[in-house]
Unconditional design. Sequence first.
Length: 555
Amino acid sequence: GVVHYHDFVLREKNFTRLCSNKSMLVVNDSFPGPVIRVHKGDTVYVNVHNQGDYGITIHWHGVKQPGNSWSDGPEYVTQCPIQPGTNFTYEIIFSNEEGTLWWHAHSDWSRYSIHGAIVVYPVNGTTYPFPTPDGEEIIVLGSWYEINVNAVVDEDLRTGGDTPRSVAYVINGQPGDFCNCSKESTYRWVVDYGKTYLVRLVNAAMNAELFLAIADHNLTVVGMDGNYVKPFVTGYIMISPGQTIDFLLTANQTLGHYYIVAHQYDTARPDVTDYDQMNASAILMYSGNYTAPGIPIYPSQLPAYENHTAGDAFVARLRSLANEQYPVDVPMNVTTRMYITVSMNQILCSPPTCAGINGNRLASSMNNISFLNPDMDILQAYYSNLSGVYTPDFPSWPPTMYNFTEYDPPFNVTVPIVATKVMMLNYNEEVEITFQGTETLNASEDHPMHVHGYSFYVVGSGVGNFNNVTDSLTYNLVDPVQLNTVRTPKIGWVTIRFKANNPGVWLWHCHLDRHLSWGMDTVMIVRDGGTPETSLRSPPPYMPKCKVPFSHWIR
Ligand code: C2O
Ligand code: CU
């Protein structure tokens, strides 16, 4: 592969959206940030210069980085933040990913302003498993906040309140046509009649699964999370935060202007009804001489807010290519099986320290462990055999069995243990994990679960409590989709499988930042396989120092 070099300069910059001005920390003065383009198998060095006033880390979402956790990015998991006035060079090793991925900050909530797309083209001289498109387009969906999010999140976590909602969603940085003061700056994509485009869609929104549709145009989904899928034609897309979807669009409609609309799919807060908070819009415009109507056509195929049936229907259509050229390799002899609940929780305390639900502080958990970030990174502790930073006893089964999807489960299961517990796996183990959504605090919602360093096969999913006897019979082991971020459906479960063939320290977490900062995460350590190629590399000569006070989070 080819080696590429980039400089990412992090600097505060003023942006005007929704009639007001605010400063945000961004990369190379742009929001969203620069696109990294590589071919499969390339290596990229990104030198991150932090000229902001708080520590930052960057993660290369979906890039497996074989043996190279050192450049993976999550704060206090694989590194400590890059402090203001310093720099750090990431080495990003592309192996078998092909399609669209993305990069984002992985410290505090900084990713709301610090993110961008990664495009991985097929190896030089080879091509896509579909006819070569005439053009390409990148669509990054994001969240817009009026406030300084990190300050508010800190305060919320400290006092135990809720974390903030974005005031709008954005398409390539713009809220669009439906919001005050943002009509003029609406993102516009110009297409030529008759041409077919490959659209690379990223959901970089902080806390929302989104539907997306383009008026009067069908979308042919061809890839997801850096893997190809069996092409299927759809009128809309449902995409969870963290996920990427590649689709083809043929500009074959009457010359005109068509709305591209992204619309909130699910929220635990039905009180959010403001139209601006639900929609972002952009305009697809045909080139040429014609008179377009004053208002673009609205996408009639866009499902309504909270339409879970439409969300489920979209997800159910995802299949791997599973052909000779793109075979699947689903683990068939599972050696480690885990059943992991993902829950909303509360930590008992009282005002004024805590001001959340019942005066308590909100939390989240996996198997009722609310993850506590340690003072130094787990990778360094693991590599240098330091004790006292984490314990290797993440439970592989829920500590208490109860009716997970029953409304209003027992109070005691709403209170998690707060600890730094990690799961240990031997090299090449064949792992199956079932994530079970729960109704604790009567707050079930979808949880998009993401793992670093891996992608996995999604072999099954369903509603209610998982039943090991009957539900495992429904697994698709023939052409399951391969993802790095999977939706655990509200009041339901999802089962994934992967082979633990990437040694190192890898974060597992819900990609809703609210849940991540409340503790819906854990770390998976995969031991070395015994040869240099199957072992965690040694650290680069320089890693950012962990300094006191270590943690920005107070959990
Ligand atoms: Cu998109 Cu932990 O990452
Ligand atoms: Cu979640």
